[in-house]
Design a protein around this ligand. Structure first.
Ligand code: ATP
Ligand code: MG
Length: 415
């Protein structure tokens, strides 16, 4: 077939079939199961938001806002952005849709997100996230709750051992301010050894340098003062309550004293589940407390916490579930057989029995199709059988075959 001039996919997007698609959906179904178990309400939020939603909540100086957003002017002249993440849009909905009345509100969702990044293993331009948030809760129990949700999800996916929970606190605003000043001094003194990007961040947000992906920065980052030297007693107590909750629930975690989140709005708890199985893209799930975000959007002070996980990255860490096999494949031959097969197929499916029909080729080809589908039984409907109100039910494992009345096929193929 000529392949010239057929449309190609947009760079950094994927079209999935087979195992990859199965693994993707296994991640989503596990998420939905655990979401219900934990009592997080499902929400749906738009892919499109006014650009200001992300610019104001993530901060103009973040990588996401300054260089990764898909923003465009729509036909009415409004600046629109394809969501690069869920939190800002959920916070927007919390304010504009009256969700504040339900606080503390536990919500979760999943879907596509878009970032203009250099595509590589585990990094796409259209990727997909799972997302969980608790809005309107200042208590450390909320931090523990979202972390337990994340932990149980990873365990149910069978990657609990492959991912380590790295935990830090960014303290309260006072702590964060003092730490920021100390980091500024530290990085300014070592500015000559920093990457250009980090030198650039020095004046705008020195905390970001801790998050640098440039290897040259790492020795300077490792020598940076840890936040513990600056924690106020309140911030220290808060963190102690979170870690005590995790310990009580039997969740293992590691302290990562220099872990920060890329976005401006984080306070107190910050965390990442890291793996060494995915090469450079080691973070599978990340989040933290964002007490300043809803105010940045113009709402009242609303403490909140949440996380997001990359579905593609999680998918890469699990085995594909066994494909679903039909109980029966119908093999009609002749006009009367085909008509009977359509009716029987509909009856079986309405009764909740997975069934399919082989409708192409000669008898041998159709039987081969039934076997290839992994069906337990082939149900052969020739004109003669149908005439007598029966079909031949063949057990594909043993090769045994017997005539069964058409209205008893359902029990025959589920025996
Ligand atoms: P990274 O450091 O890998 O760029 P990030 O800090 O930008 O991640 P977050 O904004 O915390 O990522 O998003 C949460 C999760 O979403 C990440 O841990 C990752 O699993 C996933 N993710 C983020 N960006 C991408 C992408 N471009 N492609 C695939 N997954 C992504
Ligand atoms: Mg990123």
């Amino acid at each position: 077939m000529a392949q010239i001039n057929i449309p190609q996919p947009v760079r950094g997007t994927q079209s999935l079939l087979g195992d990859e698609a199965e693994r993707f959906h296994a991640v989503v179904s596990a998420f939905e199961r655990v979401r219900r178990l934990f009592g997080f309400r499902r929400v749906e939020v738009p892919v499109l938001e006014p650009t200001a939603v992300f610019a104001r909540s993530l901060g103009e100086t973040t990588d996401v806002v300054s260089k990764e957003m898909y923003s465009f002017e729509d036909r009415g002249g409004d600046s629109i952005t394809l969501r690069p993440e869920f939190t800002a849009g959920i916070a927007r909905a919390f304010l504009s849709e009256g969700w504040q009345q339900y606080a503390p509100l536990k919500v979760a969702t999943h879907g596509p997100a878009f970032r203009y990044e250099r595509p590589q293993k585990g990094r796409f331009r259209q990727f997909h996230q799972l997302d969980a948030e608790i809005l309107g809760a200042a208590e450390p129990q909320a931090d523990v709750e979202v972390l337990l949700f994340a932990d149980q999800l990873l365990k149910e996916l069978g990657i609990g051992d492959g991912a380590v929970l790295k935990l830090n606190t960014l303290g309260d605003p006072e702590t964060r301010g003092r730490w920021r000043d100390a980091l500024y001094e530290h990085f300014r003194a070592a500015a000559a050894d920093l990457s250009e990007e980090s030198r650039d961040r020095l004046e705008r947000n020195p905390l970001r340098i801790l998050d640098s992906k440039a290897h040259v920065d790492w020795p300077v980052v490792d020598a940076a003062p840890p936040i513990d030297d600056f924690l106020t007693p309140e911030a220290a107590d808060f963190f102690a309550a979170v870690t005590a909750g995790l310990d009580a629930a039997g969740v293992t975690w590691e302290r990562a004293p220099r872990l920060v989140r890329g976005l401006d709005y984080y306070r107190h708890t910050a965390f990442e589940f890291m793996t060494d199985r995915l090469g450079a893209q080691g973070t599978v799930l990340a989040g933290g407390r964002y007490d300043g975000l809803i105010e940045a959007l113009g709402g009242p002070h609303t403490p909140a916490i949440g996380w997001a996980a990359g579905i593609e990255r999680l998918s890469m860490m699990i085995d594909a579930p066994a494909p679903e096999k039909p109980a029966a494949v119908l093999v009609p031959m002749g006009a009367a057989g085909e008509a009977a097969a359509v009716r029987l197929l509909a009856d079986l499916r309405r009764a909740g029995i997975a069934a399919d029909m082989a409708f192409r080729g000669n008898m041998k080809k159709r039987m081969a199709r039934a076997a290839a589908a992994g069906a337990a039984y082939a149900v052969i409907l020739g004109d003669a059988e149908v005439e007598s109100g029966t079909a031949q039910v063949k057990d594909l494992a043993t090769g045994e075959q017997r005539a069964v009345a058409l209205d008893l096929i359902d029990t025959a193929v589920t025996a």
